[in-house]
Design a protein around this ligand. Structure first.
Ligand SMILES: Nc1ncnc2c1ncn2[C@@H]1O[C@H](COP(=O)(O)OP(=O)(O)O)[C@@H](O)[C@H]1O
Ligand SMILES: [Mg+2]
Length: 218
């Protein structure tokens, strides 16, 4: 019997967390290949986003610029609104259909970025996370842990070539240190759900460890 403690759907819900450049997208692709070879149907998705409407909210949250300030409260509510759509339109139906959902960021990112780093009230965030996620709580969360400096080094070319600014990548180093600390605090609080993997190693080494953890669940 595989571990399935958090929801009653037949599928499996796995989220990936960590800073930009940690290797979330890379590891999700590698894991999907592995699981599909084993006969699983995988649903790859991301937050904020994952539905057409939620992707429009993502663009506002990540790329907003101009004279009108995007307030921290507004940012939080937009992210939770996107999550509400995503859970109801994509994640819950996929889990009900028995799929393995691999999601690039989920509610722990809100706890880390809007809570730990921006300093918004953690109880409010907890309630909003619960409201948006409904009963779709991850079975497993893989935290790809890497120092922010190392993550930046991996994504620098991306920022330079894409041409559009990213509101989070432009935050100072201290902000990203608080994000990391908060992710690690979540993992310490929920060691069963959240597994920390040292993402400073090669993609193949990280993937081998991801597999070992996922084999307990899928
Ligand atoms: N373990 C790794 N070691 C070195 N470079 C990596 C590793 N994993 C991914 N990369 C590279 O670093 C960059 C960021 O990886 P990506 O998977 O997009 O991270 P994320 O989705 O967490 O931002 C990409 O260019 C990717 O090819
Ligand atoms: Mg990515």
């Amino acid at each position: 019997m595989k571990k399935r403690l958090r929801h009653t759907y037949p599928g499996c819900f796995i989220t990936f967390e960590g800073p930009e450049g940690a290797g979330k997208s890379t590891q999700i692709r590698m894991l999907a290949d592995y699981l599909e070879h084993r006969g699983c149907v995988c649903r790859l998705t991301r937050e904020p986003g994952g539905t057409p409407l939620a992707e429009r909210l993502r663009t506002v949250v990540k790329n907003h610029e101009g004279p009108e300030r995007l307030h921290a409260t507004t940012e939080l509510l937009l992210i939770e609104a996107a999550r509400s759509q995503h859970v109801r339109e994509v994640i819950r139906p996929a889990l009900a259909a028995g799929e393995v959902v691999l999601c690039d960021r989920f509610f722990d990112s809100t706890t880390a970025y809007q809570g730990g780093a921006r300093g918004m009230d953690s109880e409010v965030i907890g309630s909003l996370n619960e409201l948006a996620a409904a009963e779709c709580i991850p079975d497993l969360t893989i935290l790809l842990d890497v120092a922010p400096e190392a993550g930046f080094a991996r994504t620098r070319h991306r920022v330079e070539t894409r041409g559009e600014h990213d509101r989070f990548e432009e935050e100072e180093l201290d902000f990203h240190r608080r994000v990391r600390e908060t992710f690690l605090a979540i993992a310490a609080r929920e060691p069963e759900r959240v597994r920390v993997i040292d993402a400073g190693r090669s993609a193949e080494e990280v993937h081998a460890e991801v597999r070992r953890v996922v084999d307990e669940f899928v």
